[in-house]
Write a protein that binds this ligand. Structure first.
Ligand code: SF4
Length: 185
């Protein structure tokens, strides 16, 4: 275990643009984010074990979040050629995935936080093609759900940490969080 004050520095070393600790008591929940999932706004509704509806009801997920005391919030920001730069968006998403996984692997391999709950941005991307719904999750230890599926207000989350949500025109920002219990750290 290590002091929580070192966690944002670790995240920055591993490629995060910004990182901070949030108190779980400051996290705001909003049905809007979950409703966006259910409206299939990202095109992944009912397409992954880690997304609604398979991930479970919003109330249950909220209670899981509330079992923890603090979270390491990780934001990555990328600047696109313009707002139609689809290739840049795909590259940005892939880079965020690597950065968040690198942080998570470090946390897990070095037992820096235990227990923890990692929530990434958007659908689980561990497998090229999710086994849902035909077979069980292929890599349950690697599968990641999202802050959005857990009904967390992402704008309020980053604001609570002093992190800007909007990083300017033609930018794309991703937010993930690793929740943990501060007791004993
Ligand atoms: S680890 Fe693979 S099978 Fe499991 S939820 Fe993620 S993409 Fe789907």
């Amino acid at each position: 275990m290590q002091s929580t004050t070192n966690l944002p520095s670790l995240a920055l070393q591993l490629g995060a643009t910004r990182a901070a600790i949030v108190e779980v008591s400051e996290i705001q929940f909003s049905d809007t984010f979950r409703q966006l999932c259910e409206l299939n706004s990202c095109g992944k509704y009912n397409a992954s074990w880690m997304c609604p509806p398979a991930i479970g009801p919003c109330d249950e997920l909220r209670n899981k979040v509330l079992e923890f005391d603090q979270g390491l919030v990780v934001q990555t920001v990328y600047y696109l050629e313009d707002s139609f730069d689809f290739e840049g968006m795909m590259t940005a998403a892939a880079i965020h995935e690597k950065v968040f996984r690198d942080i998570l692997n470090r946390v897990r391999d070095e037992h820096l936080l235990d227990p923890f709950l990692a929530l990434n941005a958007g659908v689980c991307k561990f497998c090229e093609n999710c086994s849902y719904p035909d077979r069980e999750c292929l890599y349950p230890d690697e599968a990641l759900s999202s802050v959005e599926a857990h009904g967390i207000d992402v704008t309020a989350l980053v604001t609570a940490c002093g992190i800007p949500y909007n990083n300017g025109p033609a930018s794309v920002s991703y937010v993930g969080m690793i929740l943990f219990k501060s007791t004993g750290l």
